[in-house]
Design a protein around this ligand. Structure first.
Ligand SMILES: NC(=O)c1ccc[n+]([C@@H]2O[C@H](COP(=O)([O-])OP(=O)(O)OC[C@H]3O[C@@H](n4cnc5c(N)ncnc54)[C@H](O)[C@@H]3O)[C@@H](O)[C@H]2O)c1
Length: 377
């Protein structure tokens, strides 16, 4: 399989906050399973596409992966339309899109119309109308189309899914989520596009997808509020924090989720992501601290760090290898393409489910605009 990666940012190759990203480590592990022949990186900047190749080759060496000569390359040039040329000239079978949220629609549309397998980082798009259009373009194409919602692969969430399935919590009453990240993300890494997003769209959407995946309830009403000031003072036109109250229903049952998001945590926080989920039913409760998983590293000369051993990590046993739910999520895409008895309805579920999650993004953005007004979905 020949793979084109569109986007060469933090999630693809890492940053000073994160040494490896998730996409390159995931592709390397897929390489070990012989899923991939050639890889090509393309982005808006020649320099960062080239950096991806350098990062890929050095990590391949660390993992003792033997690569064929010239099998990892970048598509040279700059600009936001360069990927179209790469799609034609490199002509891949599969594509990973890891570009800013607001660019997903146009890029995914072009990838789908060229009949490629597609994995796009979350959120698929930011409006229901666009999600519907993309799903329409995929009709009749026997291809894998997935959204990279890696929290569906986190064991802490899968235990909760089992408990819910076994009705251990009883009748669901409410669920709370707190999810925040360091201010360096909107201020530095996403500086070019943080004004086009907000903490709910970037972070909260993970848990909207997760709650839908865990419970099968559908969102029916939304109330949302925001606070701003910190980012606006620094010329980033986005709010600092968003709280959304979402009502979920299944037949005559109903529960509420309260999702609190922020992206102005101090940069000295002990992890990039601070995240907790709490489900409450009339029989029992389930609480998962998804930041403090019990590991605190205090290296000389560095800030203390909480390490999440379940997300993307470089591990070592006899040799180095990448593992965790970030990697599982990327591998799942390649395994789906290689699945001999493809049931596209199942394989492409994250894509179809975006019809639900994009409705919530839209409703939250609308409710914020009207200062907490109830929006029916
Ligand atoms: N950072 C994370 O931990 C994380 C986690 C999960 C998902 N995501 C999602 O991944 C996406 C990208 O995030 P990031 O952290 O890598 O952002 P980033 O700002 O670090 O990188 C964005 C990349 O996209 C490229 N790009 C923009 N427009 C393009 C175009 N038209 N054609 C080709 N390339 C283009 C840029 O050149 C850059 O390389 C976002 O949708 C984000 O929500 C990020």
């Amino acid at each position: 399989m020949d793979l084109l990666v569109i986007g060469s940012g933090m999630y693809v190759q890492g940053s000073t906050e994160n040494d490896y990203g998730t996409i390159i480590p995931g592709i390397l592990e897929a390489h070990k399973k012989n899923f991939i022949n050639n890889v090509c990186f393309v982005s808006t900047k020649n320099k960062s596409s080239k950096q991806c190749v350098i990062k890929f080759l050095s990590l391949a060496k660390k993992l003792k992966i033997k690569l064929k000569k010239n099998s990892v390359k970048y598509f040279p040039g700059n600009g936001s339309s360069l990927y179209k040329l790469a799609l034609t000239k490199f002509n891949p079978n599969s594509v990973i899109v890891a570009t800013p949220d607001h660019t997903h629609f146009e890029i995914c549309k072009n990838v789908i119309l060229k009949n490629k397998h597609l994995l796009v980082v979350k959120p698929l798009v930011t409006s229901y109308k666009d999600a519907k259009k993309l799903i329409y373009y995929t009709r009749g194409k026997n291809r894998v189309f997935q959204v990279e919602f890696h929290k569906r692969f986190d064991e802490a969430n899968l235990i909760l899914k089992k408990f819910l399935n076994e009705k251990k919590l009883g009748i669901l009453k409410y669920c709370t989520v707190e999810y925040s990240q360091k201010r360096i993300i909107p201020q530095k890494y996403f500086k070019n596009w943080s004004s086009k997003s907000n903490s709910f769209q970037y972070l909260g959407i993970h848990y909207v997808d997760l709650i839908y995946y865990l419970t099968g309830f559908v969102p029916t009403k939304v109330w949302a509020w925001q606070q701003s000031g910190y980012l606006k003072k620094r010329k980033i036109n986005s709010c600092d924090c968003v709280q959304a109250n979402i009502e979920w229903r299944k037949s005559n049952l109903r529960f509420n989720s309260y999702i609190i998001t922020s992206w102005i945590d101090p940069n000295s926080s002990t992890a990039t992501s601070d995240q907790k989920i709490h489900f409450v039913g009339d029989r029992s409760k389930y609480f998962s601290d998804q930041k403090n998983r019990g590991i605190l590293s205090t290296e000389e000369g560095k800030d203390a760090r909480h390490i999440n051993p379940y997300f993307t990590n470089l591990f070592f046993s006899e040799d180095f290898y990448f593992g965790g739910y970030g990697i599982k999520s990327i591998l799942n895409f390649f395994e789906s393409i290689n699945n001999k008895n493809k049931n596209f309805k199942v394989l492409n579920k994250t894509f179809i489910d975006s019809l639900v999650t994009t409705k919530v993004i839209e409703a939250v953005n609308q409710s914020i605009k009207y200062n907490g007004k109830m929006i029916n979905i």
